[in-house]
Design a protein around this ligand. Structure first.
Ligand SMILES: C[S@@+](CC[C@H](N)C(=O)[O-])C[C@H]1O[C@@H](n2cnc3c(N)ncnc32)[C@H](O)[C@@H]1O
Length: 211
């Protein structure tokens, strides 16, 4: 099956397995959620891009007014909706769409989050430009991204080749430096950069819309 043109098919196919896999480092995850909550306000509308099973949406919901989780995978969103219901959270909605959905109005979000999804965007500048446009002045963009451009060249190249051949979704071999530069270029200032877990290489970046 070729996923290059329809990556949602990949995520639908692995949805049950993905949903069943536990968070790798619970202590680090809880530390991260606690820190992110300290940046949120009860009046905030938060957009989570590539929300998957909605874990972060649900975990951050108590500190904001509204969460909108978006994802391309209908199957992952169905699991997200079920989990949201089980936790009796009523200020989270899930929509099957992308960040470029024209229904999202400029300046309409206070916070945008993107956990482990931005490496699936081939044009990171276009994505950051769109996110910048969706945020209100001074709004926050919180991101955590697989930086396969940093890791062993063979792993990254292998994964990207799999994407080019259509066996995997196409993955952009990003580096932390590249992400930081693209953020600055899009009009963000980085206000925090933390590596919560020793078991992976990724940083959680908190960036503020500057202009
Ligand atoms: C590695 S999972 C991360 C899920 C969740 N953010 C988390 O941290 O557990 C990547 C998610 O991004 C979604 N995704 C991939 N490309 C996307 C796109 N262009 N727009 C929105 N979601 C996308 C996938 O369906 C999947 O749910």
């Amino acid at each position: 099956m070729l996923f290059r043109e329809s990556p949602e098919k990949f995520w639908n196919l692995i949805a049950s397995k993905y949903a069943a896999s536990p968070i790798a480092d619970i202590a680090a995850y809880e530390k991260k959620i606690a820190k992110l909550k300290s940046y949120l306000s009860p009046t905030d509308h938060l957009l989570d891009i590539g929300c998957g099973t909605g874990t972060q949406c649900d975990d951050l919901a108590s500190n904001v007014k509204q969460v909108t989780g978006i994802d391309i995978s209908g199957k992952l969103l169905a699991i997200a909706e079920q989990r949201r219901g089980e936790r009796k959270i009523d200020n989270v909605e899930f929509i099957q769409t992308t960040v470029f959905d024209a229904r999202f109005e400029p300046g309409s979000f206070d916070v945008v989050t993107a956990f482990y999804v931005l490496h699936f965007f081939e044009d990171i500048d276009a994505a950051f430009g769109r996110i910048h446009g969706l945020l209100r002045p001074d709004g926050l963009f919180i991101l955590e991204t697989a930086c396969l451009g940093e890791k062993g060249k063979i792993t990254g190249k292998f994964v990207r080749l799999g994407g080019k051949l259509g066996f995997l979704p196409l993955i952009n071999l990003l580096t932390t430096r590249q992400i930081e530069q693209a953020l600055e270029q899009a009009g963000f200032g980085i206000v925090d950069k933390t590596k919560f877990s020793e078991s992976n290489d990724e940083y959680t970046l908190i960036a503020r819309k500057l202009k």
